[in-house]
Design a protein around this ligand. Sequence first.
Ligand code: PGA
Length: 266
Amino acid sequence: MEVIIQPTAGDAAIKAAQIIAELIRIKPRAVLGLATGGTPVGLYTELARMHRQEGLDFSGVTTFNLDEYVGIAPTHPASYHRFMQENFFDQVNVPAGSIHIPDGNASDIPQFCARYEEEIRNAGGIDLQVLGIGHDGHIGFNESTSSLVSRTRIKTLTEETISANQRFFGPGETVPRHVITMGVGTIMESRTCLMLAFGAGKAQAVAAMAEGPVTAMCPASVLQMHRQTILIVDPPAAARLTRISYYQHVYSNKPDFQKVSAFPVV
Ligand code: PGA
């Protein structure tokens, strides 16, 4: 895992956007896995700026989102369909037919999940998956104790995740208990994972993920077994890592060929 510590969350978002822009320039038909939540908002803002001002072209890009709540309309202000539309798709040129977000209103959820997996495969697999991390180490909505080889499926949220996400819902509104999420195994098949984490509240999860044991208690820790995970954090989120000076040493002493491209394999 490559750990990149940036001075601020804003710098981290710019760095992440540069990595994605590089991928799209190398591979215009790239398949991106996308995430929602507070963490990737700055990344989407920067990608939209690159689209507007630098002509970054998403017309060949296909996207698959990690997850969605079960039972809320795609137009609901807290739905991930709406989040993605407002924070990203309305501002770039990904063709509508190339956007995939789990359908939380599917009449047959297991069948929908199997088809989602098939669509990812048919698209050639995910080149780069954007990830955030939950305070408990979840990725997507794969809560602690999720199978580390799980596939896209329905999950029941923990009380902690429900209260962490209450802020996106109106006062008195109930956060759905169920979600559809890509599995840990689905995420692990992405060619590159790009995880972002900001703020002191994520420090414990970041340390457990990068330096703790690989365990289903912290599903993100399985990324230690992923061939190319890039973790970009701000100093508060990095605070509980024990090898900070080594990560900084590695980053500032990259061999020239590694500086040219983050993508030896796409
Ligand atoms: P956040 O959520 O970006 O809103 O902190 C991350 C997550 O729960 O995966």
